[in-house]
Every structure is written in C-alpha cells, then in structure tokens.
Design a protein around this ligand. Structure first.
Ligand code: HAM
Length: 415
C-alpha cells in the first residue's frame, strides 16, 4: 500500500462539502468587494521567491519544495501567493500606467514544515492582493475584507492584531539597535535564534516560538521606537479609522511577519480558540508591500497591500458553522423493488424527468433488498424515496416522503 505524502491530506465526504462551502463564502465576499479572480501556476522559478520573499526567511530558506527540472533549472512549488501574483501582474502589464488592480486567488501552497493541527506541507490559501492604492482607507478596507470572511463563518474567538514596521529607512535604524541588543543577550538565546541572528536579518529573531527566546527578547527595542513621524501618523490614521468603524484591534509591537516584503502596516487575525486550533494560531496574515513590485522589476512601481488566509485553519476556526450548516442531501432516491429490466427502464425515465425539474436524484438499480434501499436513502439524507414496483403495469409508482412519513401513489407520466 502506498500512502499519501506526509503533511498532505485527502478530502472526501462531508469534508469536501465543507471546504467547498468555505470556497463559496470566500468567492461571495470577494464578489462584494469587486475583487477579480486570478490563477497562477503551481510552480515558479526559485529565484522569484529568493528575490521577492527573501532568502533569510524561513519560508524560502528552509521550507520550499525546490527541485531541478530536466534542463537543470531550479523550480519551486509556490510557498505563498504574493510573489507569484506580483510576477503575473508585471509580466501581463496589469500595473502599467498606474492601473489599480484588486485581485484574489484560491490556491494550494507548499511548505516543508513540521505537520501538526492546522499546519500542513500542502495547504490552501485564499489571498487578496490590491495594487495602486496607497491610502490608509484602502488599508482599513482590506482589513474589512478579512473580517467579513471571519464574520460570514460565525467565527468569534479571534483577535485582530496590527503593527507598523515603518519604511525602509526606519527599519535600517531599528535593525542596528536590535542587533546591538541581541549581541548583549546572545548567550541566553537558542540555536534557532542565534541562526536567525547570523543570517543577517535580525528582525527574524521574533519568529522564534521558543519560550526562553521570548523571555530573553522581552526588553528588546521595539520597532515602534524607531518609526518615523510620517509612518507613525499613518498608523494613527489607520487606528482612528478602525475605531470609527467599530473594529476592535490590539497593537502588537512584536508583530513583524515572517516575510521580507512588508512596510508600514502589518496585521494578523489570530485565533483564540484553543480547543480547535491549539495555542494562538494565525488564521490570516497580511500587510502593505509597497516596494515588492520595484524589487521584482526595477522599471516599475506600485503601492500594494494584501493578506492571505490559511483555509484549513479557517475551517478549524469555523468548525461550529460548518458542522451546523453543511450537510449532504438528495431530493429523490429512486429504487427498483426488483432488478427487472422494465423497472430499471422506468427508474431511468423517472430520474431523468426529476433532474430536468432541477431535483437532486440518486438511482438504485441494484438487486439489494428493498429494506436495504430504504436504509441507504435515509443514510443519504434523502427527502423522498420512489419505489418502482409491480404498480408500473398500471403506469404508477409509490413516492414516500421520508421526512414526514407520508406516501402517495403517482402516475409515472405526472412525475
Ligand atoms: P503567511 O503568514 O506566510 O503570509 O501565510 C498566511 C496564512 O497561511 C497563515 O496565517 C496561515 O493561516 C496559512 N499557512 C501558512 N503556512 C501554513 C501551513 N504550513 N499549513 C497551513 N496553513 C498555513 C503569506 O503567505 C503572505 N503571502 C500573505 C500576504 C498576502 N501578504 C500580503 N499579501
């Protein structure tokens, strides 16, 4: 027996219906915000992620599924969507002449991580990427999209965390101060944190989840102390707008996000549903990335903001909604009483006309006992069972409503 690859999963039965329901909800919300759906390839040139996401990030440095193709070119499965969308937008001239773009995608992503609840090696992301918008109103509207999804799925155990990481100059100054602080604490840090420090992007040290690292970093300089007046004003404006719109948030000074392309606003929606997701788990992560377009094509510039949702995590957080609202059901279970060709012919005819009327129909031509067919109809959550029996000689069949236990004999030609 050959099993599935570690960290991947199969969807079948109710789980397929549930993920489909989530896809539908996501598409519905995307529609309300007039976002346009885009699809990019599963694999890209590795250099896209090296350049776009950053070689010092865990995602690129440790977690990519990278391989050589037959012509020795380095290819990677998408670990995230943003770099790929930016490449697509540039390559197809979607950003020329300062065009605005509001895009979304639903796609599988691949990261070689240690699998656990809500963390897989192949997972789905719903992502939103908006180009050409540089005002705080767009920042807040983008957060609203994320929150609307949460609301649509009746998720109430969550926290919106926001932070500003300033512009590139601010970050340079901050990096220097943090570096000096880390050097003073180096003996207290784990090997993981030390490695982060030595790879050059010292801010990545906050990605550590190790208790002793968090403790050692407690007195670390905060990015907020190095933010320029301009960036501060912007962040304040965002907070005012959130408050005006009745959106609750928490400013988390340690929120820096694990990818290199961000500036100014970064945000996460973190689940506080310990029972279903384990200790604090990020469902949604995003932020502004105004220089990524220019990083990937020096001749281009476009402000941008976006976020991505991990769909499996979203499903864990929306467990109650999905269990309560998704069920498989059919309208008519059409069963032959005996496996006679005449009866099967009628079964085919009846199911055809029911389907023409838009009904969901399942036919049972088998030689199973009628009692068994009743049980199967119940199991399929069928509203009605149609019994094709000896009455067909009179042009009739029996239809039983399994929900209210009523039954009627009907002329076949009337169905
Ligand atoms: P990210 O924070 O790396 O951001 O991922 C976004 C979300 O994807 C996470 O919050 C989580 O729900 C989900 N996720 C990440 N890794 C896994 C995994 N191994 N298994 C299951 N779910 C996972 C990005 O990917 C950015 N591209 C977001 C963005 C878009 N920023 C701007 N635009």
């Amino acid at each position: 027996m050959i099993n599935k690859i570690k960290g991947t999963r199969d969807y079948y039965g109710l789980e397929t219906l549930r993920i489909q329901e989530v896809f539908n909800k996501l598409e519905e919300v995307a529609g309300k915000y007039s976002l346009e759906k885009v699809i990019t390839p599963t694999m890209e040139q590795t250099s896209l992620f090296d350049k776009g996401v950053g070689t010092t990030t865990d995602v690129v440095n440790k977690e990519m599924f990278t391989f050589k193709d037959r012509k020795d070119r380095s290819i990677s499965l998408k670990p995230e969507g943003t770099a790929s969308i930016v490449r697509m937008a540039i390559e197809n001239k979607l950003l020329d002449n300062n065009q605005e773009q509001d895009l979304y995608y639903i796609s599988q992503m691949f990261r070689y991580e240690r699998p656990q609840k809500g963390r897989q090696r192949e997972f789905y992301q719903f992502g939103v990427e908006r180009f050409g918008k540089d005002d705080s109103y767009s920042d807040v509207e983008t957060i609203m999209i994320a929150l609307e999804i949460i609301k649509e799925l009746n998720i109430d155990k969550y926290e919106l965390q926001i932070n500003t990481i300033g512009n590139s100059e601010d970050r340079k100054n901050y990096n220097q101060a943090l570096k000096e602080f880390v050097e003073s604490k180096i003996d207290e840090l784990s090997d993981y944190a030390k490695e982060k420090y030595s790879t050059g992007n010292v801010m990545r040290i906050f990605d550590s989840k190790i208790e002793s690292d968090l403790l050692a970093l407690e007195g670390a300089p905060k990015i907020s102390e190095y933010i320029s007046e301009e960036a501060k004003a912007r962040f304040e404006e965002i907070q005012n707008l959130l408050t005006k719109n009745g959106i609750q948030y928490v400013v988390n000074g340690n929120l820096v996000r694990g990818l290199d392309y961000y500036n100014d606003l970064v945000f996460e929606i973190v689940s506080t549903d310990i029972e279903n997701l384990g200790s604090k788990s990020t469902i949604i992560g995003g932020g502004r990335y105004d220089s990524l377009v220019n990083t990937l094509d020096e001749s281009k510039n476009s402000p941008a903001i976006g976020f991505a949702i991990g769909i499996e995590r979203l499903m864990l957080a929306a467990k109650d909604y999905l269990e309560g609202n998704v069920e498989s059901a059919i309208d008519y279970f059409v069963a032959v009483a005996y496996p006679e060709p005449e009866m099967k012919e009628v079964a085919l005819e009846i199911s055809k006309s029911l389907r023409l009327k838009g009904q969901k129909v399942k036919v049972d031509f088998s030689k199973r006992k009628l009692q068994k067919k009743y049980e199967l109809a119940e199991k399929d959550n069928s509203t009605n069972i149609v019994i094709i029996g000896n009455e067909i000689t009179e042009g009739k069949v029996t239809i039983k409503n399994l929900k209210n236990n009523t039954s009627e004999v009907k002329l076949i030609k009337e169905i």
